[in-house]
Ligand binder design. Structure first.
Ligand SMILES: *Cc1c(COP(=O)(O)O)cnc(C)c1O
Length: 355
C-alpha cells in the first residue's frame, strides 16, 4: 500500500536524501568508511559542516555578522540556552505565548531573568496570532515561535521591535523566502523541515553575545561553540550529514522561492477543501493559518474516530491532532508532494459525501 507521510516531526524527507544517507552509511564519499565511523575532526567531516553552514547562509541571505551552529538538546534546549546566554536580572525577555512551544520558552526563560508575556492567545485557544504587542522599552529580546506546530498558526509578517528578535523556526525553517536579517538569533530542531532528529541549527548574530552578567558552562556557551567551529565536542555527525543532504536538495529544487511556491499551493488546496466541505471546519483565523501544519476538526465530533480509522486504512500517516488539541493535523513540510495533499483531500471529499 502506498503511504502518505503527514507526520508532524520527525517527518517526511525527500526520497533522494534517504537514498544518499543510506549509501553513506555503507561508504561515505568513497572513503571506504561509513559516515557512522569517520572522525569528526577529519577533513571529510569538517567539509560537511562547512558546506552546510555555507548553504544555510546562502538560503538565508546572511553575511559574516552571523554564525551557524549545529547543537544538541533539541529546540527544547534552546528554550534555556537562549536566556542563559542573553538574559540576566538587569534585562527583560518579552515572549509571545501562542501555544505549547512558546509557553515552554516562557517557563525556561523565567529561570534566568525577568519575563513579560507580551501576547497570550489562550483566550481563543491559540487559534490566532496576537500582533498587538506591548513591548516595554527596556526589553532585551522579543521571542516568537514563527510557526505553532501544535496549534496550526504561523506568523506571516514578523513584528517590528527595537529589542533583539529571537525566532523558534523549528517547524517552518526554509519553507519560503523570509527576511531572516530581521532576526538576531534563529533556532530550529532539524527533524521537521531540514533533516533527521539529533541536531539543532542555531544562527546567531555574533555581536549580541558576551553581554550577560553570568558564568556560562562551555557546552552551553554559544561563543565557545563559535570559537570551536561547531566542533566543541563530538557533534551528531550523521544528523548533520542528513541536514546537508536536505539543504543541497532545497537548493537543487530552486531554493526558498520554489519551496514557498509549492508549500503555498499545497496549503491552498487543503484549506480550500476544508472550507468548502461542511463536514469539516478550521477554527484558525484565515490570515494566521499555517502553511506547514493545518489543524482542523470534524463538525460532528462523533465522526472524528471513524475518519481517523479511514485515514489509517488508506495509508494516511500522522494525521491525528496533538493530544491536548484533538481533531486533525496535517503537516505539509517541504518534502511532502502536492499529490499527497490531493489524495488526502479526495479522501475528505468521499468521507463527507458518505456521512
Ligand atoms: C518540535 C518543536 C520544538 C521541540 O523540538 P525538540 O527538538 O523536540 O526539542 C520546539 N519548538 C517548535 C516550534 C517545535 O515545532
Amino acid at each position: 500500500m502506498q503511504l502518505y507521510n503527514f507526520n508532524s516531526g520527525p517527518s517526511i524527507l525527500p526520497q533522494e536524501v534517504l537514498d544518499q544517507a543510506a549509501a553513506a552509511i555503507h561508504n561515505f564519499n568513497d572513503t571506504g568508511l561509513s559516515i557512522l565511523e569517520i572522525g569528526h575532526r577529519t577533513s571529510h567531516f569538517v567539509e560537511v559542516v562547512t558546506e552546510a553552514q555555507q548553504i544555510i547562509k546562502r538560503l538565508m541571505g546572511l553575511d559574516d555578522a552571523y554564525e551557524v551552529l549545529f547543537l544538541q538538546g533539541g529546540a527544547t534546549m534552546q528554550f534555556m540556552q537562549v536566556p542563559m546566554n542573553l538574559l540576566d536580572e538587569n534585562g527583560l525577555a518579552a515572549i509571545c505565548d501562542n501555544g505549547v512551544w512558546g509557553n515552554k520558552a516562557v517557563k525556561e526563560a523565567s529561570i534566568f531573568g525577568p519575563v513579560k508575556v507580551v501576547a497570550d492567545t489562550a483566550d481563543k485557544k491559540h487559534t490566532y496570532i496576537n500582533k498587538q504587542l506591548d513591548i516595554p522599552n527596556n526589553t532585551t529580546y522579543l521571542h516568537i515561535t514563527t510557526n505553532n506546530t501544535v496549534e496550526g498558526t504561523q506568523w506571516h509578517q514578523y513584528p517590528q521591535t527595537n529589542a533583539l528578535l529571537i525566532g523558534d523556526m523549528s517547524s517552518d525553517i526554509f519553507c519560503r523566502p523570509t527576511n531572516f536579517k530581521q532576526f538576531d538569533l534563529i533556532y530550529a530542531g532539524a527533524q521537521k523541515n531540514m533533516g533527521a532528529a539529533g541536531v539543532t541549527m542555531v544562527v546567531v548574530k555574533k555581536e549580541i553575545l558576551g553581554k550577560v552578567n553570568r558564568k556560562i558552562p562551555a557546552i552551553l556557551n554559544y561563543q565557545k561553540h563559535i570559537e570551536a567551529g561547531s566542533l566543541l565536542n563530538t557533534p551528531p555527525v550523521f544528523s548533520i550529514y542528513v541536514s546537508l543532504l536536505t539543504l543541497r536538495w532545497i537548493e537543487a529544487q530552486g531554493g526558498l522561492v520554489e519551496m514557498g511556491k509549492r508549500n503555498q499551493e499545497k496549503a491552498n488546496l487543503l484549506y480550500h477543501t476544508i472550507d468548502s466541505l461542511p463536514a469539516f471546519y478550521c477554527p484558525i483565523a484565515k490570515e494566521d493559518r499555517s502553511i506547514m501544519n493545518a489543524v482542523f476538526f470534524l463538525t460532528n465530533p462523533a465522526l472524528e474516530a471513524p475518519f481517523l480509522t479511514l485515514c489509517k486504512s488508506e495509508g494516511m500517516i500522522g494525521v491525528k491532532g496533538y493530544r491536548t488539541v484533538g481533531g486533525i493535523r496535517v503537516s505539509m513540510y517541504n518534502a511532502l508532494p502536492l499529490s499527497s495533499v490531493q489524495a488526502f483531500c479526495d479522501l475528505m471529499k468521499s468521507f463527507a459525501e458518505k456521512n
